[in-house]
Design a protein around this ligand. Structure first.
Ligand code: NDP
Length: 498
């Protein structure tokens, strides 16, 4: 092997540096002079090293990998090219994260986990901005900012506040399903490798006959589900706040590549009109007995990022990134995320965020979008910058036009609480848990709801638990030292008096 030529350090402008140890000073005791371009370049760059952290999902870990299609059945439902042959490999990048905490917060916090995937397909990027839970706390995007404020810090004390959280949840009963998952063992997963990922939202697939199917994506861990108990997770918050980052990085570094089985639930378009559950309600799942999982492929993570900032911090996922053969659904939360994700990236990374190496497509791409702050690629060179043109610039191809779909209804601020069944699915989840897991769920709730939350909020929330399953309400009431019968009787009296 020829010996690599020794590299000489330079300034950002390429001037070789003669001394990177000593500032330029008047005499050995100083002061420094303005003409020390090296000192001021280093200091100025350092002052600007941080970009705004994500408002949510600030603490994260990422990895490269690939998706392999394992089942040809999926071609009955979509023309998306990543599925068109068994064994076909598509490169991927994933970013896992916690949600509410800041960039330096602990990995083992009780919180949902982000599960954001980018598939670099031959017809553009497909992003699945999933979570490790199949549902969410709210179902109308107008409430998103309010909800997230309850997960952040109190405006005065600058402390996290169980009162804010339970106040909002108790007044938003549609949150009960996600709250039940959050306080179950799965609210504190053992790192990122031992948890599932879900698209949560309903998306659509479109096949060669132009038929549409609504779908929900599920990525089931092949490492097996593993969670921490509350005490273990709490201890790790202090002793190893970067637990999940370490676990993922080291597993991949030693060749122990984590894998997920990727499956899909499929609902033909017509069935969505009559199915007894609103299939576009993000607080509900589609029960497996009605919509079983169809295996589609396998996801493997097998390469650590070379540079955390370039690849993980600058990664930008957006649910609007779907490829031909895929589409969206009327889910209101999804519709708002289609707009808000690219909007957040433009603020955080700048308008050219999608040209950064980790975000740009790995297939040829030709757009007429130009210029903008920090245009760091060739900006299209001398190519024509408008369309139509007579200079051979890229043109549309009608075969890729979106499938038309009819919409009807009155434009109004429709009450999203018209469906008031907040309780069946959280109750089903409670009932499927073994007795010891139910008890831990109850204990986890009590440790939070009993942490300085006013009794009137506790009582309102207890009614929700009780309606999901009397044993659920009873258990939490007992842990709080309250009597569930009198809480329910008091609530009945109050509603009769209304
Ligand atoms: P099933 O018995 O077919 O499915 C139960 C599901 O519950 C499995 O996917 C299982 O995941 C998951 N599960 C088990 N423990 C927990 C937990 N602590 N937190 C979250 N999920 C858990 O029944 P249904 O499809 O009728 O669903 C029953 C309930 O299960 C739902 O109300 C919902 O709360 C929950 N669930 C349902 C999902 C769905 O898509 N239908 C997906 C995830 C949860 P695993 O197989 O990995 O153990």
């Amino acid at each position: 092997m020829p010996e690599e030529k020794k590299k000489i350090m330079t300034t950002d402008a390429g001037r070789p540096v003669g001394d990177n140890q000593n500032s330029l000073t008047v005499g050995p005791r100083g002061p420094v002079v303005f003409e020390d371009f090296l000192l001021f370049e280093k200091m100025a760059h350092f002052n600007r090293e941080r970009i705004p952290e994500r408002v949510v999902h600030a603490k994260g870990s990422g990895a490269h990998g690939h998706f392999v299609c394992t089942n040809a059945e999926i071609t009955k439902y979509t023309t998306a090219k990543l599925f068109n042959a068994v064994g076909k490999k598509t490169p991927t990048f994933i970013r896992f994260s916690t949600v509410g905490g800041e960039k330096g917060s602990a990995d083992t916090a009780r919180d949902p986990r982000g599960f954001a995937l980018k598939f670099y397909t031959e017809e553009g990027n497909w992003d699945m901005t999933g979570n490790n839970t199949p549902v969410f706390f709210i179902r109308d995007p107008l409430k998103f900012g309010d909800f997230i404020h309850t997960q952040k810090r109190d405006p005065q004390t600058n402390l996290k506040s169980p009162t804010m959280m339970w106040d909002f949840w108790s007044l938003s009963p549609e949150s009960l399903h996600q709250v039940t998952i959050l306080f179950s063992d799965r609210g504190t997963p053992d790192g990122y490798r031992h948890m599932n990922g879900y698209s949560s939202h309903t998306f659509s697939l479109i096949n060669a006959k132009n038929e549409l199917f609504y779908v929900k994506w599920h990525c089931k861990t092949k490492q097996g589900i593993k969670n921490f108990f509350r005490e273990q997770a709490g201890a790790l918050e202090g002793t190893d706040p970067d637990y999940s980052q370490r676990d993922l990085f080291h597993a991949i570094a030693k060749g122990d590549f984590p894998k997920w089985r990727v499956s899909v639930q499929i609902m033909p378009e017509k069935e969505a009109e009559t199915y007894h559950i609103n299939p576009f309600d993000l607080t509900k799942v589609w029960p497996h007995k009605d919509y079983p999982l169809h295996e589609v492929g396998e996801l493997e993570l097998n390469r650590n990022p070379e540079n955390y900032f370039a690849e993980v911090e600058q990664a930008a996922f957006e649910p609007r990134n779907v490829v031909p053969g895929m589409g969206f659904s009327p889910d209101k939360m999804l519709q708002a995320r289609l707009i808000s994700y690219p909007d957040a990236h433009r603020y955080r990374l700048g308008v050219n965020y999608d040209s950064l190496p980790v975000n740009k497509p790995q297939c040829p791409y030709h757009t007429y979008n130009k210029d903008g702050a920090m245009r760091f690629d060739g900006n299209g060179g001398s190519a024509v910058s408008y369309e139509p043109n007579s200079f051979g610039g890229p043109t549309q191809d009608r075969s890729y036009v979106e499938r038309p779909h009819a919409l009807s209804g009155t434009v109004a601020r429709h009450d999203h609480r018209l469906d008031s069944d907040y309780y069946t699915q959280p109750g089903n989840l409670f009932r499927l848990m073994p007795a010891d897991a139910r008890q831990r769920l109850i204990d986890n709730i009590v440790s939070s709801l009993g942490n300085g939350v006013p009794q009137r909020i506790q009582e309102l929330q207890l009614q929700h638990f009780y309606k999901a399953d009397p044993a659920y309400g009873k258990g939490v009431a007992k842990g709080l030292g309250l009597n569930i019968e009198s809480v329910i009787a008091k609530a009945k009296q109050a509603s009769a008096a209304d």
